[in-house]
Design a protein around this ligand. Structure first.
Ligand code: ATP
Length: 297
């Protein structure tokens, strides 16, 4: 019976994921056999990743023919660096994530990883190299162990335990009567937003990707949980090339570089300090957010 219901669960999941800002596309591609818009070039080689540098080179893109969203965007994330993208709502931040995962191809320009155009390599190898921690993860109606192991087909029990430890969710799991075999999801144990996010982090750790794409919207979490999750994410992203899409500026103040996107163009870039000193859009957004935080407190 479980077998019968699983496809239905997945449809529900796919529906929910599609509605999210930055969705966990890896799962979607694995689960549904859609006629994807992007195709592998005939005889496409696999992506070879060593210490990945990520680059957008004069990328133009829009979802509809007559409405360009990204107007010739160029930036680089050096190997192992942590780069954050901020900007007003609708600026195109999530679109950058979707292009990196090759959900769509750019109209012009190219996106490269270690100098290889991502449109020229197999989609499978590209997606294997990128781990996504979405803002609102979706759990399968299965055990918590299954949900963590899902990051890699051949994950062992030890891999799952190590990932849970690094994602700081092991103590929680060990306190559950059935441990890793506890059913979660809609018909099982309901997890809090923070716990779900930790499962997503653990899943990414099992996958062990050299590139991380973070969707850092932690507004659904209380600030203590948010700080704890951020600390975990910092640890996890060390030594990995990381692109973070940030909706709250406080979450990315320590990034190596911050790119400020405005209407599909790079308005400013620099460290938090440099951008504050520049008194531009970032400084304005920062002041506004500080004021909002004070009002809430
Ligand atoms: P937010 O901070 O609100 O999430 P964002 O900077 O991530 O915003 P995007 O989601 O990248 O913005 O959207 C950029 C623009 O592209 C918006 O004007 C949006 O309406 C448009 N857009 C996004 N997704 C689609 C889509 N699937 N089809 C058509 N237009 C889209």
């Amino acid at each position: 019976l479980t077998q019968l219901f699983r496809p239905l669960d997945m449809l529900g999941m796919v529906y929910r994921t599609v509605r999210q800002g930055l969705i966990d596309m890896a799962e979607m591609f694995r689960l549904i056999d859609t006629e994807a818009e992007v195709k592998d070039a005939p005889g496409a080689p696999v992506l070879v990743v060593r210490r990945p540098t990520l680059a957008f080179e004069d990328v133009r893109f829009g979802y509809e023919e007559d409405r360009e969203i990204l107007h010739g965007l160029s930036f680089e994330v050096p190997a192992g660096a942590h780069v954050a993208i901020v900007g007003p709502s609708g600026a195109g931040k999530s679109t950058i994530g979707r292009l990196l995962f090759r959900f769509y191809d750019p109209w012009a320009g190219r996106i490269t990883i270690d100098g290889q155009d991502i449109a020229q390599v197999t989609q499978e190898s590209l997606r294997a190299a990128i781990g996504i921690v979405p803002q609102d993860s979706v759990l399968f109606n299965d055990t918590i162990g299954y949900n963590i192991a899902y990051g890699r087909d051949c994950a062992t029990r030890d891999d799952v335990i190590a990932a849970a430890r690094d994602a700081a969710i092991l103590p929680f799991i060990e306190r559950l009567p059935e441990g890793f075999d506890t059913e979660v999801g809609e018909r099982g144990l309901k997890l809090s937003g923070g716990e779900k996010q930790r499962v997503a982090i653990a899943r990414t750790l099992v996958k062990d990707p050299p590139i991380l794409l973070l969707d850092e919207a932690t507004s659904a979490l209380d600030s203590r949980t948010e700080q704890a999750i951020l600390a975990t994410l910092r640890r996890v992203s060390e030594h990995r090339t990381t692109l973070a899409i940030a909706h709250r500026l406080s979450t990315i103040a320590d990034a190596d570089r911050i790119l400020v996107l405005e209407q599909g163009r790079l308005a400013e870039s620099g460290t938090h300090r440099e951008l504050l000193a520049g008194r531009g859009l970032y400084a304005e957004m920062w002041a506004r957010q500080q004021a909002e935080d004070r009002e809430e407190a």
